[in-house]
Design a protein around this ligand. Sequence first.
Ligand code: ZN
Length: 330
Amino acid sequence: MDRKSHIWTSVDYAQDGKQVSYLHLPHSVTRSAYGTIAIPIAVVKNGAGPTALFMAGNHGDEYEGQVALCNLVRTLTPARIRGRVIIVPAANLPAAMAGTRVSPIDDGNLNRSFPGDPDGTVTRQIAFYIDSVLFPMADLFHDFHSGGGSLAYLPFASTHEGPDQAVNARGLAALKAFGAPVSLVWRQGADPRYSPAAAMKRGVAALGGEFGGGGSLNRAGLAAIEAGLERHLRHLGIIEGKIEPQPTRMMAVPSQKHFVYAPQPGVFEPAQSIGDAVRTGDLCGRVHFPDDPARPPAECHFQADGIVVCQRHPARTERGDCVAHLAIDV
Ligand code: ZN
């Protein structure tokens, strides 16, 4: 049975020129019987050529990509390009408007919703449209993230290692062209519900990245995205010009062992800072119990050698929260 998205748009993906419009997701509620959720989209096209698909606001509380893509929507002109650039700066719009990771409508985490469902919740409908309509048009997909409200990150661009070596190779070439100060490969296997995993399943070179976090806007992360977008377009031949090779620190996250989780609920005191090198067995941090001051803090330790690239941002922690993760230089 053919399953089709209910999302409609005035955008004609085959039309030359610049279109800034909306994806309308029907959302009939008391306040608005025939209402839609209007998710912004821009398509800039000039003749035949490759298609780049840039997305942000997959998680609503991650801002570097949202701002970089709004800037790109306003500045990119058809005359500058050959081919097509599709820009979705606030993919999970309800979450982006609320400044939350998940949608306030259905608690949906867009990056755990792929390949989606045309008849599912709002968030799963968004995923289905991206997967079934946008991914098939794309030669390159880049989804810009950060740590959001709960995590702080050393800014990096990233790619996942998937089962298709040809797709992995194209992803790695794009990662190098993007040229962020840190480039990271997730080796522990991509959850198929993630956007890059879904794109890669369709043969699209797919990148991600964590460009800051803590619910703020990281200036270095924003600068890395803006410079990288230009290099992406040159790499694809959408914009003319050579790519000056960028110094990038190549890193990898090898396994789940490189993540540390809070052993108890309480107040987490990190023992390291982002960027620090640690060894197996080193103290990651202590969980304190302000409601029981005589109780000694609970310690947690690193289970691998590596560099701290991510830390939990809020100190208040539940048992099972990720409090840090490592990457290694490669
Ligand atoms: Zn995210």
